[in-house]
Write a protein that binds this ligand. Structure first.
Ligand code: FAD
Length: 306
């Protein structure tokens, strides 16, 4: 059995593993894919003290740093179930069982995709999901934001300060964002909002995005926008479906509820990063919350007997 077992090998899990191992306790890390979402990222310009890096390079450094410590790393394994008896028990899809006195959950999240032709092909070539990450790459260009909820309208307001023009494309006939955000977006001269519009295709020239096709749902007419970028803002889904049967409290969005020390509702189980209620989903924030959760879990361990 481990003293601390981390589930997830993204920035949050890697940080938690290093903080735990440095306490000299038996630490394990189980992950489906080391690096997590960072593996899907091309340019990263907001990882403080590193002006520019790329996802696969940062993932490799994360793994190398974790491997410098005596962490037992188990990859290409998916955890399916968490229960608690005298210790926390994890069941892997492979059938194996792991036990630990404390656990840090850092299973991250995934962006909800539009699932239209061209989206996958032009991902990182104009199709983006994170305005904080990729907004500056579209400086002076025309972009669309798909989705009129809070994240979509926040993205539109944010991007309007960087890019030439933003078109918000919303499927429904109203925006779901808070009134104050809608008011702000409508006041901006370079933001247009199109309602009742079903995005049907990401248009590209073979190497990059050139536009978006959408169906006007009231007239049935197919229309086109000329664009350099498309920000898809239709939801971030935490990878916590496997915890729904457990006793761990999740929000209605599926985020693991944590306190300021990363503790969940189950004793000995802590959580960090994009899978949790931690505000803002970023690499540097995930790493900080991974460190917090590991220290919180260590605090728990020294207060409980073996
Ligand atoms: P993740 O990175 O999602 O890692 C989750 C880990 O858990 C993975 O190892 C996964 O395999 C594992 N896992 C999940 N479920 C299970 C399970 N059941 N069993 C075992 N393992 C499991 N942020 C920035 O700060 N700057 C950027 O420029 C930037 N660009 C981005 C670009 C893209 C395309 C994307 C998708 C995200 C970007 N982000 C960026 C956001 C950033 O990548 C995330 O905030 C960060 O990776 C979250 O870290 P995490 O460790 O919480 O989760």
């Amino acid at each position: 059995p481990y003293d601390m077992l981390i589930v997830g090998g993204g920035p949050a899990g890697a940080a938690a593993a290093i903080y735990a191992a440095r306490k000299g306790i038996r630490t394990g890390l189980v992950a489906e894919r080391f690096g997590g979402q960072v593996m899907d990222t091309v340019g990263i310009e907001n990882f403080i003290s590193v002006p520019y890096t790329e996802g696969p390079k940062l993932s490799a450094s994360l793994e190398q740093h974790v491997r410098q410590y005596g962490v037992d790393i188990i990859t290409e394994q998916r955890v399916a179930k968490l229960t608690r008896a005298d210790q926390v028990e994890l069941d892997l899809v492979s059938g194996a069982k792991l036990k630990s006195r404390a656990v840090v959950l850092a299973t991250g999240a995934r962006w909800r995709e539009l699932n239209v032709p061209g989206e996958a092909e032009y991902r990182t070539k104009g199709v983006a999901y994170c305005p904080h990450c990729d907004g500056p790459f579209f400086k002076g260009k025309k972009v669309a934001v798909i989705g009129g909820g809070n994240s979509g309208i926040e993205a539109a307001i944010d991007l309007a300060g960087i890019v030439e023009h933003v078109t918000v494309v919303e499927f429904a006939d109203t925006l779901r964002a808070d009134e104050v955000l809608q008011k702000k977006a409508r006041s901006l001269p370079n933001v247009d909002i199109i309602l009742n519009a079903q995005s049907t295709e990401v248009l590209g020239d073979g190497s990059k995005v050139v536009g978006l096709a959408y169906k006007d749902r009231s007239s049935g007419e197919v229309k086109q926008l000329d664009l350099a970028g498309i920000f898809v803002q239709i939801g971030l889904v935490p990878n916590t479906e496997w915890l729904k049967e457990s006793d761990i409290s999740l929000t209605r969005f599926g985020e693991i509820e944590i306190d300021a020390k990363g503790a969940t509702s189950m004793p000995g189980v802590f959580a960090a990063g994009d899978a949790t209620t931690v505000p803002f989903k970023q690499i540097i924030i995930s790493m900080g919350s991974g460190a917090t959760a590991a220290l919180g879990a260590f605090d728990y361990l020294i207060r409980t007997s073996v």
